[in-house]
Design a protein around this ligand. Structure first.
Ligand SMILES: [Zn+2]
Length: 249
């Protein structure tokens, strides 16, 4: 058994939470029991994830997308009441790390996606170091890059660009980072990969010749929280379970 505070201190320090400006609180979001023996990880603190944590008799639900986003109503009603009531009833701590978990050079979503895809990081840049510039170990066509993403993430990406184009230099940012596309274009990459696409990126891709791949918000952000969970298990010896759901978005 380890205390919740020991885990929170270690995560806060490891992820350098104090260095980030975020849209939701990082760290403890809903307080549960004091001692932690079992942790469930999930991309999002959905009711399905919370119910899985209840079924596992977990002491902590560790997520990338927690609750209490700046843009949402502050009242605890409806779906939010249901989530919080279930957590409190079962004394499950809800702990979330958002941007610090995107950016961490080893455990982060960006780093973990690159590791699985064999992409070589050259630099982290842009807003809070969230945009990653790097390259493929060897040139591949856009079709092949997209196929590798589809295979690894088990989800068909949306691809805009000339499918025969040879790709070497890449930019990527997991999740809903379609608005970094202009910056990726400025970095003179061959392709930009993120989790979501909006209408305007289609035109930018066509007009600049920089390919755009939308590989899924959930799919591209599946691995950071799993890596963080594994690191906590390695450090503190807790029991660890991973919850995943087939979120097509
Ligand atoms: Zn996200």
């Amino acid at each position: 058994m380890v205390t919740r505070q020991e885990i929170l201190d270690w995560c806060g320090n490891t992820l350098q939470v104090a260095n980030f400006t975020d849209y939701a609180p990082n760290g403890l979001q809903v307080e549960g029991c004091t001692n932690i023996g079992k942790i469930v990880t999930s991309v999002t603190a959905s009711l399905a994830a919370i119910e899985y944590a209840v079924a596992q008799q977990a002491d902590m639900l560790l997520v990338h997308h927690g609750m209490f986003w700046k843009s949402e109503p502050v009242t605890i009603t409806g779906w939010k009441k249901q989530r919080i009531a279930t957590l409190l009833q079962h004394q499950i701590n809800l702990v979330g790390y958002h941007l610090p978990l995107d950016a961490h050079p080893e455990l982060g979503n960006n780093a973990q996606l690159a590791k699985r895809m064999g992409w070589v990081l050259e630099k982290q840049t842009g807003e809070q170091n969230l945009l990653n510039i790097g390259c493929l170990s060897e040139k591949q066509s856009l079709t092949v890059v997209a196929a590798m993403l589809a295979h690894t993430l088990e989800r068909e990406p949306v691809v805009v660009g000339d499918h025969s184009k040879q790709i070497k230099k890449l930019a990527w940012c997991t999740g809903g980072a379609q608005n970094f596309f202009q910056q990726a274009i400025d970095e003179q990459v061959d392709a930009y990969i993120t989790g979501e696409i909006s209408e305007s990126q289609y035109h930018l891709a066509n007009e600049t010749g920089v390919a755009f791949i939308s590989a899924g918000h959930h799919a591209t952000e599946r691995y950071g929280v799993q890596a963080l969970g594994e690191a906590i298990r390695g450090r503190f010896g807790v029991e660890l379970y991973c919850f995943d759901e087939q979120n097509p978005a």
